[in-house]
Design a protein around this ligand. Structure first.
Ligand code: IPE
Ligand code: IPE
Ligand code: MG
Length: 242
């Protein structure tokens, strides 16, 4: 059974999870951190090599100020709490996104967490925070232009924020919406898309296994035909069946 090497997830639905319980939206985000912890463990246990999650988009700054500050506080809190377990589980943490715009405290926390887990080799966890797919393409092009390098698919690939991992095989979005919302625009060119109606706090191991099973049933053609991928077994000339 084909297993994805790299799973990317748009963790959507925290706000609705909270609203259904008459709780503030930030309570949904807190529950979302618990769900992420469970998902990281489950992916590591299943031998997934890379997990990339969308935690805060370039556009999420447009949310109400109390929600934005609640998310920043939650990130700082989670960094302190979760890093020891990631370390114990062999997970290497990367933060992907624009650091400018984050407070000095948050930025220092991210750098510290990355340094602490840098020698881990079991699984890579990319947390996309203050990330946008358009930002990523633009920053990669700007970096190449600044050093006078030609812009090609290969050079852009190397300058992109996820250059340290292969492209996602499977892109999951929870919460029922079927859109990309400026996530990995460049890298998901050939990712298999999977949309789950579970709100992110409810996305458990069984839901993850359903997504992985759906992936296993897909035929990835990368522009080729089905026949090219599985050439028919042709019968040698002169032989009859039976
Ligand atoms: C995703 O959950 C988390 C972030 C965008 C930070 P939402 O907060 O978007 O949840 P819904 O979509 O409003 O339910
Ligand atoms: C995408 O979810 C961003 C994250 C999950 C971090 P949104 O909730 O921001 O997406 P839209 O606004 O519904 O497209
Ligand atoms: Mg949402």
């Amino acid at each position: 059974m084909a297993q994805p090497r790299h799973i990317a997830i748009v963790m959507d639905g925290n706000g609705r999870w909270a609203k259904r319980r008459f709780l503030p939206r930030v309570a949904g985000h807190k529950q979302g951190v618990d769900s992420l912890r469970r998902c990281v463990k489950a992916c590591a246990a299943r031998g997934i090599q890379v997990l990339t999650v969308f935690a805060f988009s370039s556009e999420n700054w447009n949310r109400p100020a109390d929600e934005v500050s609640g998310l920043m506080d939650l990130l700082a809190l989670a960094l302190g709490r979760e890093v020891p377990q990631l370390l114990a589980d062999g997970v290497r943490l990367h933060f992907v996104g624009e650091r400018k715009g984050l407070s000095d405290k948050v930025a220092a926390g991210l750098a510290q967490a990355e340094a602490t887990t840098a020698h881990n080799t079991r699984m890579v966890l990319n947390v996309c925070f203050n990330y946008g797919g358009r930002w990523d393409i633009a920053q990669a092009a700007a970096a190449l232009a600044a050093c006078g390098e030609a812009i090609t698919e290969q050079s852009l690939d190397r300058a992109m924020a996820l250059a340290h991992v292969p492209d996602p095989d499977l892109l999951i979005r929870t919460g029922g919406e079927q859109r990309i919302s400026n996530f990995l625009l460049w890298q998901c060119a050939y990712s298999e898309l999977y949309f789950s109606d579970h709100l992110w706090p409810d996305f458990d191991e069984a839901a993850l296994d359903e997504a992985i099973a759906a992936f296993a049933g897909r035929e990835r053609r990368f522009g080729q035909t089905s026949e090219q991928l599985t050439p028919a077994v042709t019968q040698p000339v002169g032989q009859t069946a039976g």
